[in-house]
Design a protein around this ligand. Structure first.
Ligand code: MN
Length: 391
């Protein structure tokens, strides 16, 4: 079994369909360019039957980025699959992603269909999709709450019908790592080399990344995820987190992705500039404070040897130096080091003045100071010193 893990990005589909995250076709195209640069393996660009905009987004992204696998979502019915196929007609690497719910809860209350009916519709949709494209993915919606015997039966049926990827989503974020890993392991065992097993987790209990990693350990080889973890409700697995877990702990996990991690931060920034909100400041990897060492003791250790408190080099995820925050708990040592990084050689007197201004300013601010503000304080101090001399 290969150790390459495929990154299926659904920022433009699951992410986009959540509150505050709607994107126009132009915005999706701009984001798609960044995702392509990042090196995602598959880009889910929309749900063509849902809207004209989604259809157009899939079509435009397929034309613009012919080297990327572009996926279009479709419920397991003729109309949806045909519409998805049409939106992908210019794609060089089209994927139809068809889904139907398989849990008894969904069958009873939402679909009002029997298990046999759902199984037949799933296989028929895959078969139809295969008449249009070679690359078909099937998702068993609410897979983690589906009877495993039935889930296995459906998975075998869709693979027999031509699906190359079988996705077992934790649609409602209900699963926990060991349990989810065991379920995924069972599906991997059942499907062998016939299909890639994929996972799609939601973060309702904060376990999306942990569940995805457990699934990879159990043999899944595709992770569905989004930039900044956006998506329905509490969001999807965060792309930047799951990728950096595998990269940072390569000593523990023998897996790798094709992601160019130095574009992670700019991808996060771009998404924040398009939708209505950014990641919380303490968000792993891309949050404003993710690499800020504010406490004096931490700063002191960090300045002596980075590895004392830093497990990820911020440059490896593309965080520009200027985004590192200094706060009122930062000591003189840290301030001096930052000034040197910014190209300023300070005299002792200048450092004293700066330090006092810095603490005064940081004291009544909760956010800490960015580099440009520190530069502003240095310049102000120097101007005032000159005026004092001139006066
Ligand atoms: Mn989802």
């Amino acid at each position: 079994m290969t150790n390459r893990v495929y990154i299926f990005d659904t920022t433009l589909r699951d992410g986009e369909q959540s509150p505050g995250c709607s994107m126009t076709v132009m915005e999706k195209l701009r984001m798609a360019r960044k995702l392509a640069e990042l090196g995602v393996d598959v880009m889910e660009a929309g749900f063509p039957i849902a809207s004209e905009g989604d259809f157009e987004a899939v079509d435009s992204i397929s034309r613009e980025f012919p080297w990327v696998h572009v996926a279009a979502l479709a419920r397991a019915c003729t109309l949806d699959v045909e519409r998805a196929a049409e939106s992908l007609r210019h794609a060089k690497r089209p994927r139809i992603h068809t889904f139907i719910a398989t849990s008894d809860i969904h069958l009873k209350h939402k679909l009002k269909k029997s298990r046999q009916q759902v199984l037949d519709e799933a296989a028929a949709a895959v078969e139809l999709a295969r008449r249009h494209v070679d690359d078909v993915e099937f998702s068993a919606e609410d897979g983690s709450r589906t009877d495993p015997d039935y889930l296995e039966q459906v998975s075998r049926a869709v693979v027999a019908a031509g699906a190359r990827t079988v996705n077992i989503p934790d649609t409602v974020g209900f699963s926990v790592p060991q349990e989810y890993g065991a379920l995924i392991g069972r599906m991997v065992q059942a499907l062998g080399d016939c299909a890639v097993v994929s996972v799609h987790c939601h973060d309702d209990m904060g376990l999306a990344v942990a569940n995805s990693i457990a699934a990879i350990e159990a043999g899944a080889r595709q992770i569905e995820c989004t930039i900044n973890g956006i998506g329905e409700r509490a969001g999807n697995t965060s792309l930047e987190e799951v990728v950096m877990v595998l990269k940072t702990r390569a000593d523990y996990y023998p897996f790798h992705t094709g992601i160019q991690t130095e574009h992670l931060f700019s991808a996060s920034e771009m998404l924040s500039s398009i939708i209505t909100f950014g990641p919380q400041p303490n968000k792993a990897i891309v949050g404003r404070n993710a690499f800020a060492h504010e406490a004096g003791i931490h700063q002191d250790g960090y300045l002596k040897e980075k590895s004392t408190y830093e497990i990820i080099d911020p440059r490896s995820v593309g965080v520009p130096e200027g985004k590192l925050v200094l706060g009122k708990h930062s000591g003189r040592h840290a301030l001096l080091a930052r000034c040197q990084d910014l190209g300023f050689e300070l005299t002792r007197a200048e450092l004293d003045t700066l330090y006092h201004r810095f603490v005064a300013m940081a004291d009544h601010r909760k956010k800490g100071l960015m580099d440009e503000e520190i530069v502003g304080l240095i310049r102000e101090g120097r101007e005032q010193a000159q005026e004092a001399v001139a006066g």
